[in-house]
Design a binder for this molecule. Structure first.
Ligand SMILES: Cc1ncc(COP(=O)(O)O)c(C=O)c1O
Length: 326
């Protein structure tokens, strides 16, 4: 018989799927690393399990402990699945701009969810960074994960996602394009790929309202770049330790409207029912057109599933209210 001993054993080994219609104008092959095949429907299952395993190994997470994290949903899902299998409790702190579906899903897998305002400074005691940190200090036998600065996050992608992409493309990948939030995916995958072939170009997708692109280009952390935005999962108003700017060749910014419209187009044109950051990522690939030539093999990573966005990017009333469609 061929079966997984528990749901965690099904994490990883996701398919690589060719884009067809949306990328017709590009000269090269565009392949998507299709991470919704993970059991929690996102790439974050990989790093969630790795962060837990590393914390267990060095005693930061003890039997029966409580896992505390500030998460926009996907990391929480991965942590919750691992917590169920391994016998931990979870408290997740989430910002109020995240879709209601994400909060309901986290509750469905047994987590306690604390909702915080988005439009406050990261240092404000009400911010989701501050609240998760405080809960970590106050809750007995707890472990504060901190996916932003936890090195096991990028390491998970260095050990699994990167090698999978290298193997699946038979070493022919020339460009890796991916949305950047905590930076774990881009830094781990990018480091692995550049170690195999230093000529591979690594591009980050950023949002308007985030600091990454300007910081990468100028070394200046410009607070004027920071304002609220709609796109979920990518962009930051902080510099997480998991973003290794030295392995990133460049960033391109995608508007909230384009990210939302292209999330719909992926479903309608490619049959790919994916999350909002996938729309941003594919639009970013199109924006980078001038960097690609005929023989290039571009891999774009799609982080999460469309079911988490049915009240937003897949709801035409919401799309109209936002002015994204007529
Ligand atoms: C939907 C989605 N897209 C993109 C990202 C960014 O990935 P990373 O945090 O590895 O940079 C995240 C992470 O939170 C996410 O949830």
């Amino acid at each position: 018989m061929d079966y997984a001993k528990n749901i965690l054993e099904t994490i990883g080994n996701t398919p690589l799927v060719k884009l067809n219609k949306l990328t017709e104008e590009l000269p090269c092959l565009v392949l998507s690393k299709y991470e919704t095949f993970n059991p929690g429907n996102s790439v974050k299952d990989r790093m969630a399990l790795k962060m837990i395993e590393d914390a267990e190994a060095d005693g930061r997470l003890k039997p029966g402990g409580t896992i505390i994290e500030g998460t926009s949903g996907n990391t929480g899902m991965g942590l919750a699945l691992a917590a169920i299998v391994k016998g931990y409790k979870c408290i997740f702190v989430i910002s109020d701009k995240q879709s209601k579906e994400k909060m309901d899903i986290l509750r469905a897998v047994g987590a306690e969810v604390v909702v915080c305002p988005t439009d406050v400074e990261p240092t404000d005691p009400r911010s989701y960074y501050s609240v998760s940190k405080r809960l970590g200090e106050e809750t007995p036998n707890s472990w504060y994960v901190n996916q932003y600065d936890n090195p096991s996050n990028a390491k998970a992608h260095y050990e699994s996602t990167g090698p999978e992409i290298w193997k699946q493309t038979d070493g022919k990948i020339t460009h890796f394009v991916v949305g950047v939030g905590t930076g774990g995916t881009i830094s781990g995958v990018g480091k692995y790929l550049k170690e195999q072939n230093p000529n591979i170009k690594v591009w980050g997708i950023d949002t308007y309202g985030s600091v990454f692109k300007k910081y990468h280009e100028t070394g200046v952390f410009d607070e004027n770049e920071i304002y609220p935005y709609v796109t979920e999962g990518i962009g930051e108003d902080i510099l997480p330790e998991n973003v290794d700017f030295s392995i990133i060749d460049g960033f391109t910014k995608v508007t909230d409207k384009d990210a939302a419209v292209y999330t719909q187009l992926l479903a309608k044109e490619e049959g790919m029912f994916l999350g909002n950051s996938a729309g941003a990522a594919i639009k970013g690939v199109l924006q980078l057109k001038e960097h690609f030539t005929k023989d290039d093999v571009v891999v774009v990573l799609f982080h999460d599933h469309g079911s988490r966005y049915v009240g937003k990017m897949f709801n035409n009333d919401w799309m109209r209210e936002m002015g994204y469609i007529d």
